[in-house]
Design a protein around this ligand. Sequence first.
Ligand code: UDP
Ligand code: GLC
Ligand code: MN
Length: 421
Amino acid sequence: MAILQVHQAKALKAMPEGGTHPGLMQELRTATDFALRATKITARSLGKAMSTLVVQERHLWLNLAEMRDMNKARFLDAPISQHNYVKSNSLDRCYVKLISLAEQAFVTLTTNDSYARGAMVLGKSLRNHKTSKKLVVLIGPHVSNQSRAVLHKIFDEVRVVDVLNSGDTATLAMMKRPDLGVTFTKLHCWTLTHYSKCVFMDADTLVVSNIDELFDREELSATPDPGWPDCFNSGVFVFRPSNETYSKLLKYCTEHGSFDGGDQGVLNGFFSDWATADINKHLPFIYNMSSIAIYTYLPALKQYGANAKVVHFLGQMKPWSYTYNLTQRRLRGDVQASSQHGFLLQWWALYSAEVLPALIREYGDQRFNSGCEEEAVESEERVQPLVSSAERRHLWEQGQADYMGIDSFDNIQKKLDVFLK
Ligand code: UDP
Ligand code: GLC
Ligand code: MN
């Protein structure tokens, strides 16, 4: 275009004053014709781009009008790249892609029904502190249907994964934690590629204040491990799901194994520059305050403990390893002196008020380990039902409750008294 304009200007300049020059006139006509054609093509493509933008904008606002406020805020916050618009043929697909790219999630893991109780409490604690992020739980195939049903009520996504095990019994015996080989299963979290960024949290963590600001950090951000502060603790970490990273991690496992037999050894080996490369990837300790450290540095707990945002019940004894008295709101045994006693009670208060009722509903008359002292008394008094709990539930739903027998008001009240005191 610029060349044509120069050519036009030169032809005009060379034109004799007051007269015409047929050769130059032809030259000028040809150059102008080319310039007009080029302008037409530019105008047409500009028009097309403009109309596409108008349609996209309209589509976007129509969808936004139907969206819940929480999702709207999340979506409008998301980085919108031209790449995503241009590549997609269908506006719908483009919209869905943008939405899911914007999505961020807290992720936890449980391979059994015990840790599942921890995951439930963690999920509730995140919800109670009004997280705007999605909640995902990875579960092993052995988690019971009842636990799955309760997890579905709390989490946005319950994803079954294969259990990966380091099988490194010798190293795990050194830590006196033979159970931790299965923590390799945690690595599956990198396959959650429909989220742009995630925060992994162990099932034995409890959130005591909103921590959505963790999503401002980059992979791999974590707190120092209280046992060896040049390693990070893998109970809470920020990561970016990626199938490529997942494959590299698995390769790392087969080639190098794990120095502690669990995921923390692998992750520290893989993200080996964590200790020195970038201080922004060192999360403050209040995002993963391990109970073990509380025990070893009591004055620091007194000074900073009130600022804790996440408590991590690291070590062999988990909150669900204790027995709780619902009536007295006390833990059985000699735990009062322990520095984490207050946090244990906080965990149990949340469990008994918001998780246990849902478990009771799911298990019906089937026995399960609720962890409560009253359960033992109650189960001794329990009359064996003549029909199975599933059948009974069905009858109840059909309006055929056994009002004179097992579903009598007395029995229902007794059950409520036991659990909801
Ligand atoms: N985990 C699990 N099943 C197990 C052991 C561990 O699902 O049998 C998961 C769970 O999310 C747990 C995490 O792996 O929080 C790490 O294990 P744990 O918290 O027991 O390790 P610690 O923090 O005590 O070293
Ligand atoms: C640690 C971490 C835990 C991890 C385990 C095994 O103590 O707290 O998250 O799974 O070691 O590596
Ligand atoms: Mn843990």
